[in-house]
Design a binder for this molecule. Structure first.
Ligand SMILES: [Zn+2]
Length: 477
C-alpha cells in the first residue's frame, strides 16, 4: 500500500468514527440538570432533558435503592449537589452503562413507592423525566398496628376500600369551627408568574396564604388550613381534594399574576364560570393558571374532553348553589380588599379556573395584584402589605359566614343565640337564576323580595346584587 493510499484509508476511518460519534450525539439526550422538591408525603426528582428519553425503574431492598435506567441519555450535570435533607434519599449515584444508556441509583433510608412519567416541553421547560417517591404509609390515616389486623379477622384489611364520606349530620348543640382552605398558588417547579426582578409568584402566594391562615385561625369559630405549606407542586385537582379532606367550608386560592401589559395593576376576585370568561383578562389569567398542571405535570393529560363534559354535567347539577355563594363571598372579599389596594375590576369576575371546580365548596380565586407591575411586585413582597391583604380577605370571609353560617358551627350557634346581628343578606344573581328561584331558596315571599329591592318586575341580570329581606331569618325554624 502506497503512502497516499494509507492516508486515504485513515481519513475514511476517521470519517466513519466521526459519523458514529455524530450519530451517538444525535441519539442521546443530555440530562442537563436535576431538581428535587420535598412535599409532605413525597419527594419529587425532575430530570431536565435536551430531548425525549425512554426509561424504566425498579426498586431493590436491603439496602433500599431505586434504580432508574434512562435509555438514550447521557449525564451532563452533577448529582452530588442536591439538597437531600428531610428526604428518604441518602445519595444519588450514576453510571453510563453504554454511551447512550444512563443508570441512576438512588440510595434510600426507607422504602418508597415510585411513580414516574415524562413531560413534553412547554413554555417554561424542555423535556422532563419526573420521578415521584411516595413515602410508604404516608397517605394512610392512623390505623391499627399490622399485628392487630392480622389477629382480628373482623378488621377489614382491604386498603382499596373507599373511605366513607365524612359528612355526618352535626350533633345537636355542636359548635365546630368553620374551615377555610387556603391555597397558595403554584409551588415547586411551577414558579407561577415572574416579577420584573425575578420574583416568583409561588413565594408571594405562600407568604400571603400563611398570614391569612394565621389571621383566620385567630378568629373564634374559624380555622384556616393551608393546602400547600411549603415549596412543592400540587396538581390543580389534588388541591380541591386536599380542601375536601380537611372539611373545608370555603376554598380560597391566592395568586399574584402577570399580564402581557406591564402597566396592568390592581387586585381581582374570581369565581368559576361555566360559560366562559367575563373579560379578556379573565380568559388570559385562567389560561395561565390552568397551564400549571402542564408545567408541574399530573402524569396524564389533564384537560381531555371527557373531563370537561363531566365537569359540565356536575356544574349543571349542583353548581348553582355554591356558585352564588362563591359570588357572594367573592364580592365581600373584593370590597374589603378594595380598601387596602386598588382594584382591577369592581365586580367579581368569572372564568373557567380548574382549581375552582369544586361544586360542593364555595370557591374563590384572589389575584392579589400584578407581580408583572413594578410597583405592585414591590408591595406584594412587603410583609405589611401581605398582612393588610390577609386582613381584608379575613374581613370578607367573616362577613359572609356571619350572614350564612353552615349549620352546626360555632358561628351558627352565636347567630341563633342572637349574639351576632345577622345583618342584611345579599345574593348575587348568577346565570340561569330567576327571582322566583331565589325567593324559594331563601324561603322569602316573592313580593317581599321584590319590594326589598324596589323591583318593578321580575327581571334580574347576572351579577345583580339583591338584598334578601331580614324576615327570612324569623321564618327559619
Ligand atoms: Zn397564579
Amino acid at each position: 500500500m502506497g503512502k497516499s493510499m494509507r492516508m486515504r484509508a485513515q481519513a475514511v476511518g476517521v470519517g466513519v468514527l466521526l459519523m458514529a460519534l455524530a450519530l451517538d450525539v444525535f441519539a442521546a439526550s443530555q440530562v442537563k440538570s436535576v431538581r428535587l422538591w420535598r412535599a409532605p408525603d413525597n419527594t419529587r426528582l425532575v430530570f431536565d432533558l435536551s430531548g425525549p428519553v425512554q426509561h424504566s425503574l425498579f426498586t431493590l431492598a436491603a439496602p433500599n435503592r431505586l434504580v432508574i435506567d434512562v435509555n438514550g441519555a447521557q449525564l451532563a450535570t452533577r448529582l452530588d449537589q442536591l439538597s437531600l435533607s428531610n428526604t428518604p434519599i441518602t445519595g444519588v449515584r450514576s453510571a453510563q452503562r453504554t454511551p447512550n444508556d444512563l443508570r441512576v441509583v438512588i440510595d434510600l433510608s426507607a422504602p418508597v413507592t415510585p411513580k414516574s412519567f415524562s413531560l413534553a416541553p412547554n413554555q417554561q421547560y424542555g423535556d422532563r423525566l419526573v420521578i415521584d417517591l411516595y413515602d410508604q404509609g404516608a397517605d394512610t390515616a392512623p390505623s391499627l398496628p399490622p399485628t392487630t389486623i392480622a389477629d382480628n379477622p373482623a378488621v377489614p384489611v382491604s386498603p382499596t376500600q373507599p373511605a366513607p364520606k365524612l359528612t355526618p349530620p352535626p350533633p345537636p348543640g355542636s359548635k365546630r369551627d368553620i374551615v377555610v382552605a387556603i391555597d397558595a398558588g403554584h409551588g415547586g417547579e411551577d414558579p407561577g408568574a415572574l416579577g420584573p426582578k425575578g420574583q416568583h409568584e409561588k413565594n408571594v402566594t405562600l407568604a400571603i396564604a400563611k398570614e391569612l391562615q394565621r389571621q383566620i385561625s385567630q378568629e373564634k369559630g374559624f380555622r384556616g388550613e393551608l393546602v400547600r405549606s411549603g415549596d412543592y407542586f400540587i396538581p390543580l385537582r389534588k388541591r380541591t381534594e386536599i380542601a375536601r379532606k380537611k372539611g373545608a367550608d370555603l376554598f380560597v386560592s391566592i395568586h399574584a399574576d402577570a399580564a402581557p401589559s406591564r402597566s396592568a395593576f390592581g387586585a381581582s376576585v374570581f369565581a368559576l364560570s361555566d360559560r366562559g370568561a367575563t373579560s379578556e383578562t379573565a380568559r388570559w389569567l385562567a389560561d395561565n393558571e390552568n397551564r400549571s398542571d402542564l408545567i408541574g405535570g399530573v402524569g396524564s393529560v389533564s384537560l381531555d374532553d371527557k373531563d370537561r363534559m363531566l365537569a359540565g354535567v356536575l356544574l349543571d347539577l349542583s353548581m348553582t348553589a355554591s356558585l352564588s355563594s362563591s359570588l357572594n363571598v367573592g364580592q365581600k372579599v373584593l370590597s374589603n380588599v378594595g380598601r387596602v389596594t386598588p382594584l382591577h375590576k369592581r365586580r367579581v369576575e368569572q372564568a373557567g379556573f380548574m382549581v375552582l371546580k369544586s361544586p360542593d365548596i364555595p370557591s374563590i380565586l384572589v389575584e392579589t395584584g400584578f407581580i408583572s407591575n413594578h410597583n405592585e411586585s414591590q408591595k406584594l413582597a412587603s410583609a405589611s402589605h401581605q398582612q393588610a391583604l390577609a386582613r381584608a380577605i379575613t374581613g370578607g370571609v367573616k362577613q359572609f359566614f356571619q350572614q350564612s353560617p353552615p349549620p352546626g358551627t360555632y358561628i351558627a350557634w352565636l347567630r341563633d343565640q342572637g349574639k351576632i346581628a345577622a345583618g342584611p343578606r345579599e345574593h348575587i344573581v348568577s346565570s340561569g337564576e330567576s327571582l322566583a328561584l331565589i325567593a324559594q331558596r331563601y324561603q322569602v315571599g316573592l313580593t317581599a323580595l321584590r319590594s326589598a329591592n324596589s323591583l318593578k318586575n321580575d327581571t334580574v341580570k347576572v351579577g345583580q346584587v339583591l338584598q334578601i329581606p331580614a324576615t327570612a331569618l324569623a321564618a327559619q325554624p
